[in-house]
Design a binder for this molecule. Structure first.
Ligand SMILES: [Cu+2]
Length: 157
């Protein structure tokens, strides 16, 4: 008997809830005039130090490649700072590419997704590119002999 009354109370509550919901339909909010477009891109800035011959702070790019993280399809501003005495580049390799050794820039253009200019010794270069789809991409310096000791990872989220 007690169970029945609990059920009756519960079902009447459900009825009230349903009745209230159907009599007051949820209003559809009008779209705001300044709503961001679906095409809006997120800007990101990567600061990359180049040395002879490694990226970042330590000459251990093979064991411990520096990781740069950006958002998929965002506009990336890349600030390259060549602190070395040789020229260097920052080149994103296609996701599924297997890199040959030695890597020769002229012979292996088909493996490249995006390439910076070659930054001369002691120079800086600011460049922009659109981040690819989400994934993990190898980044290498394509100056002859610099890969594999000069490399990093671009993580796109
Ligand atoms: Cu290099």
């Amino acid at each position: 008997m007690r169970l029945l009354s609990v059920l009756l109370v519960a079902s009447s509550l459900i009825l009230v809830a349903c009745g209230g919901g159907s009599s007051t339909p949820t209003p559809t909010p009008a779209p705001a005039a300044d709503a961001p477009s679906a095409q809006e891109v997120i800007a990101a800035t990567l600061d990359v130090a180049m040395h002879d011959i490694y990226f970042g702070d330590k000459n251990d790019n093979i064991a411990n490649p520096p990781v740069w993280t950006v958002t998929a399809r965002s506009e990336v501003t890349l600030n390259l700072d060549n602190l070395g005495g040789l020229e260097h580049s920052w080149v994103v390799v296609k996701e599924d590419a297997e890199l040959p050794m030695p890597f020769l820039a002229e012979d292996h253009k088909d493996l490249v997704l995006w390439s910076s200019t070659n930054v001369q010794a002691g120079q800086k270069s600011t460049e922009t590119f659109t981040a690819p789809e989400a994934g993990k991409y190898q980044v290498i310096c394509t100056i002859a002999g610099h890969y594999p000791v000069m490399q990093g990872t671009l993580v796109v989220q």
